[in-house]
Ligand binder design. Structure first.
Ligand code: PHE
Length: 453
């Protein structure tokens, strides 16, 4: 175990770029599609409070740990664990690769839906509808169509594949720099608009006034899972990012900024969706359909609705793209490092195998809906398995690795930039990583298995 193992020639060009690119990876459908739907299923405000606690006390320290592992080794997940922990820790990297692969399997499907909504926005079809029942019909008809959603999913994968060919730094940097501020502004405008709708109050109360009787071990697990999913942690994606972070950058600060950005986007999405859903009479517990049924209603109440919805879905497609690029990268780099494939071939293998998996996931909502696993469609099962189990388990083990296995100095050197930065809250952070995060995550699993009563 030593310091840097090899110098990675690819580096982000500035600190701002580092933040924007990592935020591009974190901000995606997880914030705008998954956060509102999971919050709706989790019962609203009480869930949101648990979610925020998970972000602060578990998510943030895990993100810093992943950055540190990446920058200390200049490797991606499998390589980093192997380099610092030896062969017996490499499974943690493999777990991340498998998680990334399964997440892509359903994430691309939802990305395909956003692409479809972009097309129906631009074509003007979306603005023709005005009743909630029509929005529901549009969504249900689309996801259960025998081939259309698969086609859009593949189209998205194809575009993603092309962008990746432009290379990590160039492609990601250019897209993220323009996208993030634009997305932020449009979300704020939509939130203000939602809050001004008649009856929006009811939705706001659901989102912000906690009813703790709605909490259960399952809801806590959903909150932890959503925190991991949204921050893109627990699978080593940010280890790869860490390896691109320049020497002088402050990892704690970078992680704080990314966490704040990511959480604000999720929060603002909640401020858009719940008031609007209450206003038009959509159940906040409508599941994965929630956002897709509510958004058209919001747009149709605005002047120039076609323009609004087109710009919004375009941004959403791009936000999804910056997230899928990093998921794709986890698998591609694994194929390069472990199977010795050239990048080009690794990219193809990843894209093609994920295209097959996501087609099956997509069809599981329509023609294949009769086939269920523990009562869940394959799509829902993949979502549940990765977010609620694989990511938190990955996070738990990351904490054990960094807190208990890794030589303390390696971590501390990364956090303080070899003594250049003040230690500040380093002891508190180490305490969180060694005790609070693993114990909380472990207790939560026990609780869900029914061991804690
Ligand atoms: N965090 C991304 C989102 O919110 C999803 C993601 C998860 C991306 C894990 C990379 C790794 O959409």
């Amino acid at each position: 175990m030593s310091g840097p193992l090899n110098e990675n020639p690819v580096k982000f060009s500035s600190k701002l770029t580092t933040i924007l690119v990592a935020a591009g990876c974190s901000v995606g459908l997880g914030n705008i599609w998954r956060f509102p739907y999971i919050t709706g299923e989790g019962g609203g405000a009480a869930f949101v409070i648990i979610y925020l606690l998970c972000i602060i006390f578990i998510g943030h320290p895990v993100m810093i740990s992943e950055f540190a592992l990446g920058r200390a080794t200049h490797r991606s997940a499998v390589g980093a664990y192997k380099a610092l922990g030896g062969r017996k820790w490499s499974w943690l990297g493999y777990n991340g690769v498998l998680t990334a692969f399964i997440i892509m399997g359903f994430y691309y499907v939802v990305a395909g839906w956003t692409a479809e909504y972009l097309v129906v926005s631009v074509s003007g079809e979306l603005s023709k509808y005005s009743e909630v029942s029509e929005y529901k019909e549009l969504f249900n008809g689309f996801v259960s169509h025998p081939w259309k959603p698969v086609l859009y999913t593949w189209l998205f994968i194809f575009v993603n594949h092309l962008v990746i060919h432009m290379g990590v730094a160039k492609g990601l940097e250019r897209v993220s720099k323009v996208l993030m501020p634009m997305l932020f502004v449009i979300l704020i405008v939509l939130a203000v608009n939602s809050l001004l709708l008649p009856n929006s109050w009811e939705g706001l109360v659901f989102f912000l006034k906690p009813d703790f009787s709605k909490l259960s071990p399952e809801v806590v697990l959903m909150a932890v899972g959503q925190a991991f999913f949204s921050l893109s942690i627990g699978l080593g994606a940010l280890i790869a990012y860490g390896s691109y972070i320049p020497k002088g950058a402050d990892l704690r600060k970078t992680a704080t900024q990314v966490t704040i950005l990511d959480t604000s986007v999720a929060f603002i999405s909640g401020l858009i969706i719940f008031p609007a859903a209450a206003s038009v009479g959509i159940d906040p517990g409508a599941g994965p359909a929630l956002v897709f049924q509510t958004l058209p209603a919001i747009f149709n109440m605005l002047p120039w609705s076609m323009l609004w919805s087109s710009v919004f879905f375009l941004l959403l497609v791009i936000a999804a793209l910056t997230s899928t690029m990093s998921l794709h990268e986890v698998v591609t780099v694994y194929l390069m490092e472990e199977w010795g494939l050239p990048r080009r071939i690794g990219t193809y293998v990843t894209s093609i195998s994920v295209a097959l998996l996501s087609a099956v996931a997509s069809l599981s909502l329509g023609v294949g809906s009769g086939f269920t696993i523990f009562g869940l469609t394959l799509f829902d099962a993949m979502d549940y398995l990765t977010a609620n189990l694989m990511l938190p388990i990955g996070g738990l083990c990351t904490c054990i690795f960094v807190g208990w296995w890794l030589e303390r100095k390696i971590f501390e050197d990364q956090i303080t930039n070899f003594g250049e930065l003040k230690r500040g809250d380093l002891s508190l952070m180490t305490f969180l990583i060694r005790y609070i995060c693993p114990i909380t995550l472990f207790a939560m699993f026990l609780d869900n298995l029914g061991f804690l009563g």
